[in-house]
Structures are given as structure tokens and as C-alpha cells.
Design a protein around this ligand. Structure first.
Ligand SMILES: Cc1cc2nc3c(=O)[nH]c(=O)nc-3n(C[C@H](O)[C@H](O)[C@H](O)COP(=O)(O)OP(=O)(O)OC[C@H]3O[C@@H](n4cnc5c(N)ncnc54)[C@H](O)[C@@H]3O)c2cc1C
Length: 445
């Protein structure tokens, strides 16, 4: 192995088992993932990435790519191959005059948001602030601003990429337009992005948002009200809803509205939600955009055990809600939320064929996020999730690729719908040997 290692020369560090930083570098958000790469290459620039790609190709090694390390499937880490770790590449540059920003692939959402919002600018991100910008963008990017500005991938103007042969290319509307289309939702299948360029929008810095909590006895009524109200909301109003257990052990239903427009207009649109039922708590208030961007952080701490199932629902039907209520009443871990995030507005209106991102419509992205601490509880949590999923899966309509779990390979096609065949053809053109396969894999046509 050491002679092999001598062939890999990069500016960044190369870690192997036994190095002090090795175990930390191979850790990801989901503690169920415990893989041991032969080498971890902590790249510092595009040349380092090209060097890693050529080295792995020459030595016939499997490659995995780590951005923020947040994906539940854990494909950022491989067993025995070369892990290309981009998490040290953190540069962000905001061009205030042109309302654009570039970011390197190790940037996480809270770093990007902080850099742009200080100029009164933002673009759509996700809803948990330590998520990596890279994986989020490449898979799509659903966030609080998608009603107004589309998904994150819609705001991707260009990318610098390293292809499967190590070549470095610029990808945008004019250069490799097929590849540009493919990386707007097609994930890490086509190459490694060393720099992203985004469209920013004048925004903030404040929003009006907050959780409204209800006792479980009101759950069905609240969700029934919410599903109707959600259909009539303007693009500026977004809302999560779902089922959590409070820190003091009380199972509750919640609605989490977020007004992403002029502050003076907020009350008029959120008031009907606040007036419904008899909440246990109403935390709706004006807050900085960055506070909203981290409002769910505490519910998703890094480094605990996870098993996740996800799909889209075009209706929150009574049948669906009855199954959900049955299962949340028997959840083995109080740490496990069931969430419904409404995809709507500009994100849903953009033409399906405009980007690779599949399944655009007014719908709820729903996640059963099983989380627990002790490995001894793996089986009961996984079994509960699978049984729950078995009952609701027939009601789903596609899935968001970034929310697929480690055993969800057969569902990749469902994430792309009618865009899948074109993606397979582009994969064949740019990566015919499926060199980039530690991902939600699109096999070459
Ligand atoms: C708690 C939690 C909350 C989330 N909330 C949201 C949300 O609100 N909205 C949303 O849209 N998504 C959300 N996600 C999903 C998230 O978008 C994905 O998990 C995403 O893959 C995370 O990106 P990452 O860079 O951190 O992941 P990583 O695990 O580092 O990477 C995931 C995959 O992306 C690819 N990849 C990463 N970087 C590159 C690169 N530079 N070039 C090529 N390929 C690359 C690789 O295939 C890699 O396996 C959430 C996930 C979690 C766990």
C-alpha cells in the first residue's frame, strides 16, 4: 500500500488508518456508516481532485466523494478505496454587484448563508444548517426559499468540474450544456465539482416563522386544516408540518410556517394558521433568516444512528394521516420525527425538463427519520420504519434523490421520472465505466 501511496501527490493531506485524524475524517452525519477507506485525500483545489481521480483510475480503486458528509446513505465514505474529502475546501466569494456567489464544495449551509445575507442576499438552501452545499445542490436542494426562487439547483449558474478522466471543465449553459442540465439534480454521477456559482436574490435579513405545537388529540384536525390552507398560500409562505416528541417527552403535532416576503405582510398570511385549534405553544416571531435556517438543527444532531425512508405525497389524504398516526403512537425512539415539507411555488412551476431534478409538482416531501443512540436498538427502529414505510409507500408519488437511504438503490429511477433516460445517456457520454458509482447511482445507458 505504501508504494501505491507514493504515486498520489497532492497539496492537501493524505490520511491512512492509524493517522490521528483518520477516524474523524471518515465520520459522517449518520453513525450507522462505519467504513474504512484505504486512503482519505483531503483535497485543497481542483488539481488535487484531478490527481486523485487519475490515481484511483490507474489503480482500479473505488472512489467516494465527501462534501458536507451529511447524506443519510453515507456514500461519502467507501470501504477500502479512495475517499476524496472536499470538506477542507471552504472558499466563498460574493459578488454583490452581480448578485452571484461562488462556493467550494466543503462549504456547509450555515457558512454560505452567513456570507451572503450580510450583503442582503440569499439563495435557496436546505433546512438544517450543517448540511453540505455540494451534495444538496447536486441532488436538487429543497429549502424555505424554493417557493420564491426555485430549488438550489435552479440557481446554479455554472460549475467547475473534474471529469472521470481527470480533465477539468467549466460547465454552464454554453459549455457542456448537457452536463450542466445533468448536475442540476443528477447528483454526483457525472464528475466532481470543485466550484459552484449561484444566482443570489435580494432578501431579508429577517423572516417571520416559528413552530406551533398541538396535542396529539388535535392532530387529525390540524393536519386537515393545514393541507387545505397550504394549497392557497402565496409563494412567500412556506410550511413544514409533522410529528415530533418534545424534549420533555410529549408527543405533539406541529406546523412550522415561514414567511419569506415583506415582514409587514406576514401577519395577514400566517394569522389563520395561528388561529386554528388550541395550540400548546405558538413560537411564531420575527427572526433573522439565519435563525430560521438552523431552527431544525437541534432535532438532527450529527453522529447518531439513523435509518430513513422518504417519498413525495401529492395529497395528505385521510388514509395517509391515519397510518401516520398509528405509527407515531408506537415509535420506538422519541428522537424520530415524521416530517412533511411542502414543495410549491417556483420550485413546482419550473418545467420538469428544464433540469435533471425529477418530480416537480405541488407536493409534500415526507421523511420518516428514525434516530436513536444505542446499536442494541438498531433492529427495533429499522423494523418499525420498514413496517411504517410498507404501509405508506403505495400512496407515494416519486422520491427526492437526496433523501434515499442506503438500501434504496432500486428507487433511484423514481427520483427522476421522465428525466431518467436522458440522464443515463449523459452518464454514458461522460462516465461510461461508471467510475463515479458511490452515489445514488445512475448506470450508463
Ligand atoms: C438532517 C438532514 C436535513 C436535511 N435537510 C434537507 C433540506 O432541507 N433540503 C434538502 O434539499 N436536502 C436536505 N437534506 C438532504 C441533503 O441535501 C443531502 O443529504 C445531501 O447529499 C447532503 O450533501 P453533503 O455534501 O453534506 O453530503 P455528502 O454525504 O458529503 O455527499 C453526498 C453525495 O453527494 C455527492 N457529492 C458531494 N459533493 C460532491 C462534489 N463536490 N462533486 C460531486 N459529487 C459530490 C457524492 O455522491 C456524495 O456521496 C438533509 C439531510 C439531512 C441528513
Amino acid at each position: 500500500m505504501s508504494t501505491q501511496l507514493q504515486q498520489l501527490v497532492i497539496k492537501g493531506k493524505i490520511l491512512t488508518a492509524g493517522d490521528a485524524e483518520y477516524d474523524n475524517a471518515r465520520k459522517v452525519w449518520n453513525a450507522m456508516i462505519d467504513r474504512k477507506p484505504a486512503f482519505i485525500a483531503q483535497c485543497t483545489n481542483a488539481d488535487d481532485i484531478s490527481e486523485c481521480v487519475r490515481f484511483a483510475k490507474k489503480n482500479n480503486m473505488i472512489v467516494s466523494v465527501k462534501g458536507g458528509g451529511h447524506n443519510v446513505a453515507g456514500n461519502a465514505v467507501c470501504d477500502g478505496g479512495l475517499m476524496i474529502d472536499l470538506s477542507k475546501m471552504k472558499e466563498i466569494k460574493v459578488d454583490f454587484a452581480n448578485k452571484t456567489a461562488t462556493a467550494e464544495p466543503g462549504v456547509i449551509l450555515r457558512e454560505f448563508d452567513a456570507a451572503t445575507i450580510q450583503h442582503g442576499l440569499a439563495t435557496t438552501g436546505g433546512t438544517v444548517s450543517d448540511t453540505g452545499l455540494a451534495g444538496l445542490t447536486l441532488g436538487g436542494g429543497l429549502g424555505w426559499l424554493m417557493g420564491r426562487f426555485g430549488i438550489t439547483a435552479d440557481n446554479l449558474l455554472s460549475a467547475e468540474m473534474v471529469l472521470a478522466n481527470g480533465e477539468q471543465v467549466t460547465v454552464d449553459e454554453k459549455n457542456h450544456p448537457d452536463l450542466y442540465w445533468a448536475i442540476q439534480g443528477g447528483g454526483g454521477n457525472f464528475g466532481i465539482v470543485s466550484k459552484f456559482k449561484y444566482q443570489l436574490h435580494s432578501f431579508g435579513p429577517n423572516v417571520v416563522a416559528g413552530m406551533i405545537l398541538y396535542p396529539m388529540e388535535q392532530a387529525k384536525a390540524v393536519m386537515s386544516f393545514y393541507r387545505e390552507y397550504a394549497r392557497s398560500m402565496p409563494d412567500e409562505l412556506m410550511a413544514y408540518s409533522g410529528f415530533i416528541v418534545t424534549p420533555d417527552g410529549l408527543p405533539v403535532t406541529f406546523v412550522l410556517p415561514a414567511w419569506m416576503g415583506d415582514i409587514e405582510e406576514a401577519d395577514k398570511h400566517i394569522a389563520p394558521m395561528r388561529a386554528f385549534g388550541t395550540p400548546l405553544a405558538d413560537m411564531v416571531t420575527e427572526m433573522p433568516y439565519t435563525a430560521l435556517q438552523s431552527i431544525l438543527d437541534a432535532a438532527a444532531p450529527t453522529g447518531i444512528r439513523r435509518y430513513w425512508k422518504s417519498g413525495y405525497f401529492t395529497e395528505l389524504s385521510d388514509e395517509l394521516l391515519d397510518i401516520v398516526l398509528k405509527y407515531v403512537a408506537t415509535r420506538p425512539s422519541p428522537m424520530s420525527p415524521v416530517l412533511f415539507f411542502h414543495m410549491r411555488g417556483a420550485a413546482a412551476r419550473t418545467a420538469l425538463e428544464a433540469t435533471a431534478f425529477g418530480n416537480r409538482r405541488d407536493q409534500w416531501d415526507s421523511d420518516i427519520i428514525s434516530q436513536w443512540l444505542d446499536a442494541a436498538d438498531d433492529e427495533k427502529n429499522i423494523t418499525w420504519t420498514r413496517n411504517f414505510w410498507k404501509e405508506i409507500e403505495p400512496l407515494t408519488n416519486g422520491v427526492y434523490v437526496n433523501h434515499l437511504g442506503s438500501d434504496d438503490d432500486p428507487r433511484v429511477a423514481n427520483a427522476y421520472g421522465s428525466n431518467f433516460e436522458r440522464l443515463k445517456a449523459i452518464k454514458k457520454k461522460y462516465d461510461p465505466d461508471n467510475f463515479f458509482r458511490m452515489n445514488n447511482n445512475i448506470k450508463p445507458a
